[in-house]
Design a binder for this molecule. Sequence first.
Ligand code: MG
Length: 376
Amino acid sequence: MDRRNFIQSTMMGMIAVGMPISFSSCNSSTKKTSSVGSGLKLSFKPYDLKLCHAFNLAKSSRTHTPDVLVQIECDGIIGYGEASMPPYLGETTESVCQFLSNLDLGQFKDPFRLEDILAYVDSTAPDNRAAKASVDIALHDLLGKIMGQPWYKIWGLNPENAPSTSFTIGIDTAEVVRQKVEETKPYNVIKVKMGLDNDKELVEIIRSATDKPICVDANQGWSDKEKALEMIEWLYDKNVLFVEQPMPKEMIEETAWLRERSQLPIIADEFMQRLPDVKRAAEAYDGINIKLMKSTGMHEAYQMAVLARALGMKVMVGCMTETSCAVSAAAQLSPLADWADLDGNLLISNDCFDGMKIVEGRITLPDRPGIGVLPL
Ligand code: MG
């Protein structure tokens, strides 16, 4: 038995008992094997994402993000997926591995039964959105590879309509923000995380260095609607595109009050999870930020984008800190979006996939099937 066959047979054994596996198969080719018609095979392994900078939000700070890499194999073709678990969303490496261990995808012989497979995955336990997204992404990658087409083409989208991505500057000291502005040079849009006392100072520092448009993300940091309005009025003169989640997600009436008076679009992020939230968001927000780790993956994310458009709302595609796997999956949807915040792979130092690229600040989709990634 050669090394590759040994690894494959070891993997199969571990999958059979529902254990996370070692993934030297990250480098597996998509050559067909003798497992025709034997059903979908799911495998996964924990992977710790190392952040280039400590990531400071209004309510937390961290240097790592736990992650789980997923593969679904069918007839020798492998689809890649990923679950990223920033701690504030409540999922952990353990919960994701447990969820995936409990799945029986081997019952599905035909990967094109996408609706049936994802309905089954969704029905096995409530919540677990990142875990569900990892299966959804791997399945989409698999299907695209079988069809030989990238998902933006399958969805009928023009890749030239993909927007620029913003590059994020987290909450930090004035000195660090000054350095980080330097790092935003290759990008056309800067995203600023807010929610502390020095918000205005941070914007002034950025404005002293560049006049590029800024997206503001308050991460629910403003709980006084009058003060939030005052801040938005101040930001309006600073070439700001929109304000993301200015108030706590529970404050729907106050956000609706703010939206009526705001000169800048108000975008829902923490408020948004899945498809049913889009209609509710329309009551208080001008647009939605869609993230695969919350929407349970690409299938529902696409439906959310289409529904938001039909409701006359703005669409933004975002991400967590993720490898190029999940970021490239989200990028497939980006031609449908007004704005994109797909810099999660740029914020980590141990990306293990090659995928979508940022060229002159714009999202550039690779002409590869599925979600367009190659394991590194
Ligand atoms: Mg946000």
